[in-house]
Design a protein around this ligand. Structure first.
Ligand code: FES
Length: 159
């Protein structure tokens, strides 16, 4: 083998080593950088306020159901949750935004128009239209969301 060939072989191996190092850096470094930077960017993007919908959908005296899709990140995993809330007003001026999750063991409650109450089918929990416990095992009223009304839209604070 000539000296020239050995030298070019050495250079070739150097380039292969540098190339493999670059590929490994890209494989592990880029996802790691995204993992660190993305949550910071995402906080600025949403700040937790999400639009529920038009407040004009809410009929005074009747809790109205709204749903919202929310992406949640846990480490590398992104899940999509559906949040369902009831918006209630008695007079069209003061509103309450209540979770539909029972405060006993987290089943979903639903509004029963004929009985004018929220009912939880898991253990017969009953709440009034303001979310106050009327019967059953729930230890406290339905949880409420912080909300904001701008123009015709209602926003809730999520997270
Ligand atoms: S989970 Fe609702 S009453 Fe038990």
């Amino acid at each position: 083998m000539s000296e020239e060939f050995k030298l070019s072989r050495r250079k070739f191996l150097e380039k292969v080593t540098v190339g493999i190092g670059g590929v490994l850096t890209a494989l592990f470094g880029i996802p790691a950088a995204i993992f660190v930077v993305k949550p910071v960017l995402k906080k600025d993007e949403s700040s937790g306020w999400m639009r529920l919908g038009s407040i004009s959908k809410v009929t005074p005296g009747t809790p109205t159901l709204f749903s919202l899709k929310v992406e949640r990140e846990t480490g590398w995993i992104t899940d999509q949750d559906e949040i369902m809330v009831y918006v209630y007003t008695e007079d069209g001026r003061d509103y309450a935004v209540m979770s539909n999750i029972c405060t006993h063991l987290a089943c979903r409650v639903r509004w029963i128009e004929e009985r004018q109450e929220f009912f939880c089918p898991c253990h017969n929990g009953v709440y009034d239209k303001q979310g106050t416990v009327l019967a059953g095992p729930p230890p406290r009223p339905l949880d409420r969301y912080e909300f904001n009304i701008e123009n015709d839209d209602i926003y809730i604070k999520v997270g």
